[in-house]
Design a protein around this ligand. Sequence first.
Ligand code: NDP
Length: 477
Amino acid sequence: ATADVGVTGLAVMGANLARNLARHDHTVAVHNRTYARTEKLMSEYGDEGEFVPSESVADFVASLKKPRVAIIMVKAGAGTDAVIEELAAEMEPGDIIVDAGNAHFPDTIRREKALREKDLHFVGTGVSGGEEGALNGPSIMPGGTAESYERLGPILEDISAKVDGVPCCTHVGTDGAGHFVKMVHNGIEYADMQLIAEAYDLLRKGLGASAAEIAEIFSNWNTGDLESYLIEITAEVLAHVDERTGTAFVDVVLDQAEQKGTGRWTVQNGLDLGVPITGIAEATFARSLSGSVPQREAAHGTLPAHTAEWSVQDRESFVEDVRKALYASKVVAYSQGFDQIAAASAEHGWDIDRGAMARIWRGGCIIRARFLDRITEAYERTPGLPLLLADPYFTDAVGNGLESWRRVVAGAAQNGVPTPAFSSSLAYYDAVRAERLPAALVQAQRDYFGAHTYHRVDAEGTFHTLWSQDRSEEKQD
Ligand code: NDP
């Protein structure tokens, strides 16, 4: 056995990950269900480093040094279970099976438990950054045991993205923690993308600006607090001219955004945990709405708008308002996502260091951004911080943009521009800071029709009002 690590599943992601490993001087065992893919990798890139190709799973496992590390990069779902079963049959206690595909974290918890019973380590790991990241340095979010990380961590840190020399990879927590955090990362990505899209729409409709002009604005924004990969690519997309028509590319793309499911998983989990991740939810539903073709056809040209032409007086201050509103809304979406991580961490006993998550997202992944440093600093200042927004840096940053944020959301509502993520983020901000919420009335209604009881602000205990009798109050025991 000569290989330090193996990769099975050599479609684009697996092949790039294997090449990344080889380029970092690891001897990499490679395997794929269909051998032709392995041959293709060897013929095209075999000279990039040391590869040990195998046609069978048994040979693949035999080529690995002990304790063995085999990384699975296959189509998530039944394929992953099939490959795990084949590997586990050949492996020995102490060996490590890594699933680097996009598994749903409950599957990872189930698989880890099953393999633990065979004394095998199973590490579900989030990998972000797409094809390019897999090859040149992704953000890597491994779960599993701390013991498995001792063997695996150095390899993964080696091939991960680096920011200021710091690897974008750390042990997230046990069993499904890595895939969970990857899922929330993707949910935040949905929110970030939707917020950027709303900012674009506001600039387009408020200023009547062209896509090219808005590309300039985004390029400009990318030099400040908003600096991020998503803002950068937005500027590039908006500047792109369609070859066929000579018009802005964004204008020839059908306005129906698709999804592969991680946003939906994130929202479903937010509901399960009772964490209000409204930014992510609005972003996910915004994609659903864009694809609701019969509804949009029934509404378009039928539902009245009652809006006048939007005439922005001062272009520069409007652009600045939108920028500040975007930043504030973004902070809310991230704050909510980090709340969700905290809640799941408590629920599953993962003990996730949220500051470290922001740190490993600074490079390699889709939401990489300058502002993640501020999040890491916030959790370093106060590890148990209950609300990211309440960190002094973010309180100030959002507070400074608050008037702009209100103007933008009000303007959007008055002028009929849909800004679900901007608006709901502001609503969340106002709700979470409110001294009292109308939830008091909701709870009273619940007591009225369902005898669901209530607590009082001025006395201990649980109470119920006899609504259908004399409306006297009873204390429950
Ligand atoms: P695909 O998701 O297209 O999967 C193709 C690979 O899976 C092939 O190697 C195929 O083998 C193998 N496979 C499928 N079913 C089985 C099975 N039953 N038994 C054995 N092998 C099987 O490949 P990608 O490279 O696009 O993605 C790989 C993983 O990475 C997925 O889980 C995906 O979700 C994730 N991914 C992650 C991204 C990221 O940014 N982190 C981006 C894209 C993907 P064969 O050649 O024999 O058909």
